[in-house]
Design a protein around this ligand. Structure first.
Ligand SMILES: O=C(O)CCC(=O)C(=O)O
Ligand SMILES: [Fe+2]
Length: 399
C-alpha cells in the first residue's frame, strides 16, 4: 500500500493533463490506494481500492499559511482545472500549523448531525421553512428534486445560517438540542471562513485583481447566504440504488466539505465521466461555486458534482456529510469582475463584449434563493440552473 508521500507522487502523476481547454483525452485514473493507511477512516467500511478516483490535488494548509508560492500555484491550477482539491488540515510533521481545531469541530458536528437526524420526522419538519421562502432549516428525505423530471432525492439536510449563529440576524426556530452547540457552530464557522478567506486571497492575487476585491465581498460580518449543512443519506437497498443528490454546481463561492464515506462524484473535465472522490482523513474537500465562475467568466471552475450510493461495502451504512458554504454577501451582483487581465483575456477569447453584455444582473441573494428553492419544487426547474452550461463548455460532455 502506498505511503503518504508515494500517494502524493502518484496523485501528482494523475494531474499531468493540461485541462479542459485542450482536446487531450482525460488520463486514466487509479485509486489513491490509502484504504489501510493513515488517511483512511478506520471505523468505517473501507473505500474500495479497485475503483478509479478523481485526481484532486492534495494541498497543505500549513504550506499555504506559510506563504509557499509553489503551493499557491498548485491551488491556482486546481481551481482552473477541476475546481476541486483536498486541503490537508493537519499540523505538519515538521512543525507547520494546519487547523486541527477545525478537524475537531467537524468531528463534534458529525455527532450533532446524527442527533438532529435521529429526531422524529414530526419534530424535524417544524423547521422546514421552504413555504416561507427560506432554504435554512430542514429538508426532508425525498423533498428535493434531482432532475427536471422531478425525481425525488434520497437525503435529508439541515442548514444553519452563519448570520443566525453570529447573531447578525433574528434567530430562526431550531431544535432545542442545537441550542448548547451554538459556540461549536460559531467556532466551525470562524475556522471554515478563515479557509475561505485564504483561498479567496490567493485567487485574488493570482487573478491580479485590485487588493482584497474578492475578500471584501465575503466579510464574515456581512449578511450573506453562508451556511453550515448537515447531510444524511441513509443506506439504500442493494436492488434499488439511486442518486441521492442530483448533479449540480454549488451556488456560492467556496465550499468546505467534510466526508468520511465515498459517494461524492465529480464529472471529469474532458471526458465528462462521473468519478468518485475518495474521502481522506484529516482533509477537507474544497470546491468552487457559481459565484467565482461568474466573477471570472469561467476561468475558475465551478465543477458539476453529485452524490450516489457509497461504493462497495460502504453502501451498507448511512452516509453523513458536513459542509460550510461561503457565498458572496447578499447584495453583491454576480457578474464578471473588472481589473484582471486574465479575466479580460478569457472574455475576449469567448467572443468578447457581445457575450458580456448579455450577462444578467442578479444579486447573490436572489441567485441563491432561486437555485436552492428551485430544487425543492418551489419555482421552475430551469430557473434553478447554475453555471452548468459554462462548466460543460469548459470540458465536460453534454448530458
Ligand atoms: O455530501 C457531499 O459529499 C456533497 C454535498 C453537496 O454537494 C452539496 O450539499 O452541495
Ligand atoms: Fe454541492
Amino acid at each position: 500500500m502506498a505511503t503518504a508521500s508515494a500517494t502524493q507522487a502518484q496523485e501528482e502523476k494523475h494531474v499531468q493533463w493540461k485541462g479542459q481547454e485542450s482536446s487531450e483525452p482525460t488520463p486514466s485514473v487509479t485509486p489513491l490506494c490509502t484504504t489501510d493507511g493513515e488517511l483512511a477512516f478506520a471505523d468505517l467500511p473501507p473505500f474500495p481500492s479497485d475503483i478509479p478516483t478523481a485526481p484532486l490535488l492534495r494541498l497543505s494548509l500549513s504550506k499555504l499559511l506559510a506563504g509557499s508560492q509553489e503551493e499557491e500555484e498548485r491551488l491556482w491550477r486546481a481551481c482552473c482545472d477541476l475546481g476541486f482539491f483536498y486541503l490537508d488540515l493537519r499540523d505538519d510533521k515538521d512543525g507547520g500549523k494546519g487547523d486541527e481545531r477545525l478537524l475537531e469541530d467537524a468531528a463534534r458536528l458529525f455527532e450533532v448531525a446524527k442527533e438532529v437526524f435521529d429526531l422524529p420526522v414530526a419534530e424535524k419538519v417544524k423547521y422546514d421553512f421552504k413555504e416561507k421562502g427560506s432554504y435554512y432549516g430542514y429538508k426532508g428525505y425525498g423533498d428535493g428534486v434531482i432532475d427536471k423530471e422531478g425525481t425525488k432525492d434520497r437525503n435529508e439536510f439541515y442548514n444553519t445560517s452563519k448570520d443566525d449563529i453570529l447573531n447578525q440576524t433574528d434567530p430562526l426556530p431550531a431544535p432545542q438540542l442545537l441550542q448548547p452547540h451554538r459556540p461549536l457552530f460559531s467556532s466551525f464557522i470562524h475556522h471554515s471562513h478563515a479557509i475561505v478567506t485564504l483561498v479567496l486571497s490567493i485567487l485574488n492575487t493570482q487573478l491580479g485583481l485590485p487588493a482584497r476585491t474578492l475578500q471584501s465581498k465575503h466579510r464574515l460580518s456581512a449578511v450573506s447566504g453562508d451556511q453550515v449543512r448537515f447531510v444524511k443519506a441513509p443506506a439504500q437497498p442493494a436492488e434499488d440504488r439511486q442518486t441521492a443528490l442530483g448533479e449540480h454546481t454549488d451556488f456560492g463561492s467556496v465550499t468546505v466539505l467534510f466526508n468520511r464515506l465515498g459517494g461524492l462524484q465529480v464529472r471529469l473535465p474532458g471526458s465528462g465521466a462521473w468519478t468518485f472522490v475518495q474521502p481522506l482523513r484529516g482533509h477537507a474537500v474544497v470546491n468552487l461555486g457559481d459565484a467565482v465562475a461568474k466573477f471570472t467568466a469561467g476561468l475558475l471552475r465551478s465543477n458539476i458534482h453529485r452524490v450516489v450510493s457509497p461504493p462497495g461495502d460502504q453502501a451498507a451504512v448511512a452516509r453523513y456529510s458536513l459542509v460550510y458554504f461561503a457565498r458572496p454577501e447578499d447584495d453583491v451582483v454576480l457578474k464578471r469582475l473588472r481589473g484582471s487581465r486574465l479575466v479580460d483575456e478569457k472574455v475576449a477569447g469567448a467572443g468578447g463584449v457581445a457575450e458580456e453584455e448579455e450577462e444578467e444582473e442578479v444579486s447573490s441573494k436572489e441567485w441563491i434563493l432561486r437555485r436552492a428553492l428551485g430544487r425543492r419544487g418551489v419555482g421552475a426547474w430551469e430557473k434553478s440552473n447554475g453555471t452548468e452550461e459554462l462548466s460543460m463548455r469548459r470540458g465536460g460532455t453534454k448530458a
